[in-house]
Design a protein around this ligand. Structure first.
Ligand SMILES: Cc1cc2nc3c(=O)[nH]c(=O)nc-3n(C[C@H](O)[C@H](O)[C@H](O)COP(=O)(O)O)c2cc1C
Length: 201
């Protein structure tokens, strides 16, 4: 099939690549809020979001590690899903705190201007779907699937904003949990390091 015109979505999909090197420019809050909207933005009055969720359970929640973000003191932030303008700083993250959890010395965990943490209440999903599969693994599978949808949305939003990013899942879960200190009951499922791409990546 030949087509003269490439749609905007096709353009973004063709450009989607992982970027692991960033320049010194800070991220704007506006750019971060667009990313967060893409990942898990609320798009209807009944609470539905940009990414699908089994049984509309929506067990995911995003957090942000801000390092170089205009107007934000460095640290771990929680944002309100609906009112994205509300940013609550939870605590600081020491430089170098994430790297020991990496299985491959992913230095971009430390030098990206921001890391978006896609986290989940795993237990709520395990309990909810236990009747579909008694070992509880169905809830875990659904969470991983939903996080993947959120991450793909993040990639596309980053490209659309001429930013670069990479998903990181190769880390020790316990070490990362200890480094992030997410509020109970959330556990990180995937991280997305994001910033302005360095000239050569
Ligand atoms: C499930 C999953 C886990 C990944 N984990 C990491 C990771 O820990 N560190 C990393 O640098 N990249 C990670 N990546 C990114 C892949 O390395 C990357 O997508 C792959 O090399 C293809 O390159 P592209 O994204 O530029 O097309 C991961 C990707 C996926 C889908």
């Amino acid at each position: 099939m030949s087509r003269d015109k490439i749609s905007e979505l096709e353009r973004l999909l063709r450009q989607r690549r992982s970027c692991r090197r960033f320049d010194d420019r800070p991220l704007s809050i506006d750019a971060l809020e667009r990313l967060l909207f893409a990942a898990q933005g609320c798009t209807s009055c009944d609470g539905k979001r940009t990414a699908p969720s089994a049984h509309a359970l929506f067990p995911l929640k995003t957090f942000v590690i801000a390092r170089r973000v205009e107007g934000l003191e460095p640290g771990l932030y929680e944002t309100e899903t609906i009112h994205k303008e509300i940013w609550q700083r939870l605590h600081g993250i020491h430089p170098g705190a994430l790297l020991p959890a990496s299985l491959a010395d992913d230095i971009w965990l430390e030098d990206s201007p921001a890391v978006i943490v896609v986290a989940a209440d795993r237990q709520i999903a395990i309990d909810h779907f236990a009747d579909q599969q008694p070992d509880g693994l169905r809830g875990v599978r659904y969470i991983d699937f939903e996080a993947g949808a959120a991450i793909q949305n993040l990639y596309l939003s980053a490209i659309e904003q001429e930013l670069g990013g990479v998903v990181v899942m190769g880390y020790d879960d316990d070490l990362m949990q200890a480094a992030l200190r997410l509020p109970t009951p959330f556990q990180s499922i995937a991280l997305f390091c994001v910033g302005h791409p360095a000239a050569s990546r």
